[in-house]
Design a protein around this ligand. Sequence first.
Ligand SMILES: [Zn+2]
Length: 192
Amino acid sequence: MVEFLLRWLPMEKQLSVLQLKLGLIAAIRGVRLLIVGECACLYNLDPVEVMAGFKKYPADKGVYCPHCARDVQPALSSETVPYPFIGPTLVLDRLMELKSLPFEELEKDHRAIFYSALVHFGTLYDAFKQRGIIRQYDPRPANWQDRIAGYLGRLPDETIAQLVGEDPRAIAKLRRQRQKPTFSILDVQASI
Ligand SMILES: [Zn+2]
C-alpha cells in the first residue's frame, strides 16, 4: 500500500526513494549502480524519467526523451563499466531464454540483464516469479541484517523485503528490534 503511494510523491522525492533503493542494492549486493540516460539532443534524463519511460511494446526500444522524443538507450553504470539498462518486459523475455542458468552464471556472464532485473524486480527470484517460474531464492550475504540496517525505516518494509528477498513481517520485526521508526511517506527528504 505504501509502495503504491510512493508513485504520487513529487519528482524530487521519487528520485530520493529510487536512490535509496539503489543504495540498498549496493549494501546487499556490493555493487553500486547509477541510472544514466543521455539523449543525442544532450538532455540528460533523470533516473525517475528513465524508470517511467520504458515501453512495453516494442520492449526493445529503450525510453523516450521527454524533450525531443528520440529513443534513448539508458545505461546502468557500475564503478567500472556501463551496462545497457533494459526495460522490465525485455528483461523477463531474456531471462526466459536463460532460465536454465544458475544465478551465479547470470551475474557473471549476463550482467546487463542481471543488474536490470535487480532494479526492476528486486531479486531474480521475483523476476522469474513474474513469468510463473519458481526458482531458489537469490544467494545473499550471511550478514544481510547488518548490511540493510541503515535503510530500516527510510524505505517501506515491503520495499526492503522485496530487495533482500524476505517476508515484510521479518523486516518489520528487525526494524523494531533495531529501534528504527516506521517509514512515513511524509518523512521522505527531497535530497539524500
Ligand atoms: Zn532528446
